[in-house]
Design a protein. Structure first.
Length: 224
């Protein structure tokens, strides 16, 4: 299975008529936030594959409720929001968590650590259903923010969530793919191994290839 992962940056090579020549045949697109919705729609329209996504902290909201205090989630009817949800695509088990650490009041898709701890708890209960059905909890988790201490920054806005570390320890996904941390220097680490989980920063885009053997998915390659 070949997967296009995208986050945070509109790539000219993907936002043009030659996107198919650039990425080749892919089976699905995973988006980790902070991208214009028209860019996402363009990519999946030309590639003609499903899109699964989570929101980033800069994503717009569609509207506000009557008291205009809380944002209403932007609707992307042609895609699948994975936040606090599980999904399955051709035998690949997916799940996701949106947003980043709260650094500004009254902003959408920003959370305190205790809120994310509760989110991972509820998501974990849903992953137990996967375990009962398939013998596996989850194969790929997508997030906007990185885990704490892995590819994150020290400023409040870019600190990762400690709860993601526990999520990986408990459910041992093959991949945790995130965005949020921009990569302007090639010396920055964008691939790490935490236990048995490959943690990948997908700033811009990446092509990930997986293969299935004896009922388990394995990472074959990742790059551009």
């Amino acid at each position: 299975m070949r997967i296009l992962t995208i986050s945070d940056k509109v790539e000219p090579v993907l936002y043009g008529p030659y996107i198919r020549e650039r990425v080749g045949k892919v089976d699905l697109v995973l988006a980790c936030g902070d991208l214009p919705y028209h860019y996402l729609e363009y990519a999946v329209s030309l590639l003609d594959v499903p899109l699964y996504y989570v929101h980033g902290n800069h994503d717009p909201v569609a509207a506000r409720n009557r008291n205009e205090a809380l944002p209403v989630e932007a609707s992307i009817p042609w895609a699948n929001n994975l936040h606090l949800r599980r999904a399955e695509h051709e035998g690949l088990l997916l799940a996701g968590l949106e947003g980043c650490r709260r650094y500004a009041p009254d902003r959408p898709y920003q959370y305190e650590e205790y809120e994310v701890r509760l989110q991972t708890f509820w998501l974990g209960l849903k992953l137990l259903i996967n375990k009962l059905r398939t013998g596996r909890f989850v194969d790929v988790i997508i997030t906007h923010s990185p885990p704490r201490g892995i590819h994150d920054g020290e400023d409040l806005a870019h600190q990762g969530f400690e709860s993601y570390l526990q999520l990986m320890r408990w459910f041992r996904p093959l991949l945790l793919i995130h965005g949020h941390q921009h990569v302007y220097n090639r010396s920055l680490i964008v691939d790490s191994l935490y236990g048995t989980t490959h943690v990948m920063n997908t700033y811009g885009y990446r092509i990930i290839e997986l293969a299935r053997a004896h009922g388990e998915w394995q990472l074959v390659s990742s790059g551009r």
